[in-house]
Design a protein around this ligand. Structure first.
Ligand code: ATP
Ligand code: LTN
Length: 360
C-alpha cells in the first residue's frame, strides 16, 4: 500500500465541515475587534544572535506588530537537537528573551514564550511525526547541511526537527510565518503536513503561508559570502547584536570583498553586495543614493561608513538589552505571562488533533 500523497485542498472528507474550537479565532482583546491575522515565528536560544537574524526576521516581527496577532517563541527544544551545555542553554534562553524585547517587541502586543514551557509542542510533534514520511525528511536541506559528513552521528532530533517546527506553527493556527529564506522548505513541509492531516482526520489545522521578504532574507557570512551568516559560524563570520563598537569595526574591516573597485549593488559580487545590503537595510537611502554616495570612493571609506551605521543601529538595542538582562525576574515574569496567554490556543488545537486521530 502506498502512503497517501499530498492532498488537493478541495478534496476534503465529510467530517471536515465539523466546526472545531481549535480552528476558531482566539478571543480578540476587544470584544468586537475584527480578527487580525496571526503570525508565529521562532528563534533558537543558541547564543550569538546576529544581524542576519535581525534583518531577516526580528526586525519584521517588530515592524508588523500592530498589523498582526503576534506569537514569538524561544525554541529551546530545537536548540537541544545539537549538544548544548545546560547552564549556557539556560542563559541563552534569557538572553534571547531580552533581545526579543530589546529590538522592540512590546510585551503588551506580542506574546513571547519558551517552547518547552508548553508541553503540547512535543506532543503534537509526535502525532505529526507519524504522518511524516522518511522521504520528506530526507529532502530537507538544512539537515544535510547541519549533519554534514557524519550523518550517522547526528541526533534523531536533528532529523525530525522540521516536524517539531510544524507542530509549533500549527498549534497556534498561524496564518503566516515570518522567517529568513533558509526556513522556506520547513514552512512548505508544515503546509504539506497540515493538508495531509486535515484530509485524513478532518479539518483541524490552518494551512500557514511563509512570509519571506525579498531583501535581507539571506545575509551572508562576513568571511565567506557563499555561506549564510549563522550562529554556529566562526567568530569573524557573524556580527552579533551584542558586539561592541571596536569589534564591529574590526569585523567589517576584515569582511571579504573582491579586487574590483566600484561600490555598486551587483549580485555577482557577493561580498560587497552583502555589505551594501546591510548598509541599505539599516539606513534610509535608496540603492541609487547609496551608489552615488560612494561613487569614486574606496572600500575603506565604505567600510568605515558601514561600521558607523551598524554601531549607531546597535546602540539603542544594546542599551535596552542591558536593562532587561539586569532584571532576570522581570524577564521570567514576561515569559510566564506570554506562555499563559497562548497556552489555551495550543491546548484547544492539541485536543482537536487527538480527537481527530482517535486518541481521545
Ligand atoms: P544556525 O544557523 O546556527 O542554526 P541561525 O542563525 O539560522 O542559527 P535561527 O534561530 O535558526 O538562527 O534563525 C532565526 C531566524 O533568523 C529564522 O527566521 C531564520 O530564517 C533567520 N535567519 C537566520 N540566519 C539568517 C541570515 N543569514 N539571513 C537572514 N535571516 C536569517
Ligand atoms: N527552524 C527555525 C526556528 C523555528 C521556527 C519555528 C521558525 C522553530 N520553530 C516555527 C518559525 C516558526 C530556524 O532554525 N530558524
Amino acid at each position: 500500500m502506498s502512503a497517501p500523497t499530498r492532498t488537493k485542498p478541495d478534496a476534503k472528507p465529510d467530517r471536515s465541515s465539523r466546526r472545531d474550537p481549535a480552528t476558531q479565532p482566539a478571543p480578540a482583546t476587544k470584544a468586537d475587534a475584527p480578527r487580525r491575522e496571526r503570525v508565529f515565528s521562532g528563534i533558537q536560544p543558541s547564543g550569538n544572535i546576529h544581524i542576519g537574524n535581525y534583518l531577516g526576521a526580528m526586525r519584521h516581527f517588530v515592524a508588523d506588530q500592530d498589523q498582526f496577532d503576534n506569537i514569538f517563541c524561544i525554541v529551546d527544544l530545537h536548540a537541544i537537537t545539537v549538544p548544548q551545555d545546560p547552564a549556557e542553554l539556560r542563559a541563552a534562553t534569557r538572553e534571547l528573551a531580552a533581545m526579543y524585547f530589546a529590538v522592540g517587541l512590546d510585551p503588551e502586543r506580542s506574546n513571547v514564550f519558551v517552547q518547552s514551557h508548553i508541553a503540547a509542542h512535543a506532543e503534537l510533534a509526535w502525532i505529526l511525526g507519524c504522518i511524516t514520511t522518511l522521504g520528506q525528511l530526507n529532502r530537507m536541506t538544512q539537515f544535510k547541511v547541519k549533519a554534514g559528513e557524519e550523518r550517522d552521528e547526528a541526533s534523531a532530533g536533528l532529523f525530525t526537527y522540521p516536524v517539531l517546527m510544524a507542530a509549533d506553527i500549527l498549534l497556534y493556527q498561524a496564518d503566516a510565518v515570518p522567517v529568513g529564506d533558509d526556513q522556506r522548505q520547513h514552512v512548505e513541509l508544515t503546509r504539506d503536513l497540515a493538508e495531509r492531516f486535515n484530509y485524513r482526520f478532518g479539518e483541524t489545522f490552518k494551512v500557514p503561508r511563509p512570509l519571506i521578504r525579498e531583501v535581507g532574507a539571506r545575509i551572508m557570512a562576513l568571511d565567506d559570502p557563499a555561506k549564510k551568516m549563522s550562529k554556529s559560524g566562526g567568530e569573524v563570520s557573524y556580527l552579533a547584536l551584542t558586539d561592541a563598537a571596536d569589534v564591529v569595526r574590526k569585523k567589517i574591516a576584515r569582511a571579504t570583498t573582491d579586487s574590483e573597485r566600484t561600490i555598486v549593488f551587483d549580485e555577482k559580487r557577493p561580498g560587497i553586495y552583502n555589505l551594501l545590503t546591510i548598509y541599505e537595510l539599516l539606513g534610509t537611502q535608496s540603492r541609487a543614493e547609496i551608489e552615488a554616495e560612494f561613487a569614486g570612493k574606496g572600500y575603506k571609506e565604505f567600510k568605515a561608513a558601514l561600521g558607523d551605521q551598524i554601531i549607531a543601529a546597535l546602540e539603542p538595542i544594546q542599551r535596552r538589552y542591558a536593562t532587561f538582562q539586569a532584571d532576570p525576574a522581570e524577564l521570567d515574569r514576561l515569559l510566564a505571562a506570554g506562555a499563559e496567554r497562548v497556552r489555551p490556543i495550543a491546548a484547544a488545537t492539541l485536543a482537536a488533533a487527538k480527537r481527530g486521530v482517535g486518541l481521545a
